[in-house]
Ligand binder design. Structure first.
Ligand code: CAO
Length: 415
């Protein structure tokens, strides 16, 4: 079956996580992703966090499915010529090197446009233009600079980073949207363009509600925050809000049956206004439905500790799945805290292709996350990541190199 991006050729100069996330998505939608890697070395993640000696790591394999790998050093004379041919051949070039690295290779945006005016050149950097534009940036730096860390954690604790890779994978997602949008514009304009995504900006975009709250502070305390109910004054910046829900509904993580021995025997529970009568029934407090001390969100605000203690007294008698089974039918939104082990074993996620088992020649079978975006006319199959340089000869032949040219490039260490 033809895929959504069939025929689109991507020159993939990405490494580590942010860029590879983006190009893996495009590959799942059917683009031909040609990953360019340094001869003999490759993407640094191939050999990071190695669990099977000698094999590509899970870090690499799980971010580079459905791609082809060519080794090439564009800094060598022969390599630069081959790289130029690849730029002519492709529709999109994606990179997430440190600022200036591509320029130092001799391939500035101006030069790329000269070679191929239809080229879409997409780039991830840590920061946009400004004081920090030259900085190298990793995930947690972006989480801190993008407003996530200052608003995550307990009010009286340290700022926290989150396990969700919102700086790397989050920015990769943003970049992928920028690329397909630019491809669409090219169908009218006939021209390529530059697509820039800074990790700080990507994180901030995901922390939008916290900038909302920053401005609401000017109008007084953020009444929906648990802090308000406890009478703790607000400062001049959006505070850390523990497990309060970002949508302004008081929520907490509560113990469930077995919590003493299971680190994940918890549920997320929101006492949303619309669900309040059902909550009262489920937890065995029907009298709270009419009691003016409890019946409105405003009245409950100063009693949240008492309210959640009552909810928890009930959740502790149930497993997290029993809580879900009791609450879902009466429209109380709850979330079991699922461990990665539980997610890996989840039947529904496997059936939908969100968790997939992949076979790899060096490491055997492993689990990965498949494409979370499902297109009815363009389903994604997950194909194992390429070995280093696995497709070098194939790709160079496609762009017109003869076997003799390829042998000479290999001899000169350009590939
Ligand atoms: N052949 C020859 N040289 C190559 C090459 C190839 N195929 N591919 C890359 N190189 C060279 C680059 O040209 C660069 O050389 P110079 O520094 O001499 O110009 C060098 O390899 C290293 O590139 P780098 O500086 O990007 O790599 P690093 O490991 O030092 O830094 C990172 C990594 C991620 C901090 C940096 O790339 C960065 O800040 N990227 C932008 C933000 C980003 O994406 N961060 C998230 C990464 S995922 O956590």
């Amino acid at each position: 079956m033809e895929k959504a991006l069939s025929g689109v050729k991507i020159l993939d100069m990405t490494h580590v996580q942010s860029g590879p996330t983006c190009t893996q998505l495009l590959a799942w939608f059917g683009a031909d992703v040609i990953k360019v890697e340094r001869p003999g070395v490759g993407d640094a993640t191939r050999k990071q966090l190695v669990d099977v000696p000698g094999a590509d790591s899970l870090y690499f394999t799980m971010l580079n499915h459905n791609k082809r790998s060519v080794t090439l050093n564009p800094k060598s004379e022969e390599g630069a010529k081959i790289f130029t041919k690849l730029i002519e051949h492709c529709d999109v070039m994606v990179e997430n090197f440190a600022p200036g690295a591509l320029d130092r290779m001799g391939f500035t945006w101006e030069r790329i446009q000269e070679i191929n005016p239809r080229m879409i050149y997409a780039s991830v950097k840590g920061f946009g233009p400004g004081a920090y534009e030259d900085c190298k940036v990793y995930e947690n730096v972006a989480q801190c600079a993008g407003g996530s860390a200052s608003t995550t954690g307990d009010l009286d604790g340290l700022p926290l980073v989150t396990g969700a890779q919102i700086g790397d994978s989050g920015t990769g997602l943003h970049l992928a949207l920028g690329i397909v949008t630019a491809l669409y514009q090219r169908t009218h304009s006939g021209r390529g363009q530059k697509v820039d995504c800074a990790m700080q900006d990507g994180v901030l975009n995901l922390c939008r509600v916290k900038l909302r709250d920053q401005q609401r502070l000017a109008a007084g305390p953020l009444n929906e925050y648990s802090q308000a109910g406890k009478g703790i004054p607000f400062g001049d910046a959006t505070p850390r809000a523990g497990n309060d829900s970002g949508g302004g509904q008081p929520g907490r993580i509560l113990k469930c049956k077995g919590w003493e021995n299971d680190l994940n025997a918890y549920t997320y529970f929101i006492t949303q206004e619309a669900a309040w009568p059902a909550v009262c029934d489920v937890i065995g407090k029907p009298e709270w439905k009419e009691d003016p001390d409890y019946s409105t969100p405003k009245a409950r605000l100063t009693r949240l500790d008492e309210v959640f203690a009552a909810v928890e007294a009930w959740t502790m008698t149930q497993t997290k799945f029993e809580v879900m089974a009791a609450c879902n039918p009466v429209n109380i939104p709850v979330g079991p805290i699922l461990s990665m082990k539980e997610i890996a074993e989840d039947e529904s996620l496997r059936k939908s292709g969100t968790i997939v088992e992949v076979d790899h020649p060096e490491r055997g079978k492993y689990l990965s996350v498949g494409n979370p975006i499902k297109l009815s006319d363009s389903p994604s199959d997950v194909v194992r990541s390429p070995l280093l340089g696995e497709h070098t000869d194939e790709i160079l032949t496609e762009i017109g190199l003869s076997p003799e040219d390829i042998a000479a490039a290999r001899e000169g260490k350009a590939i």
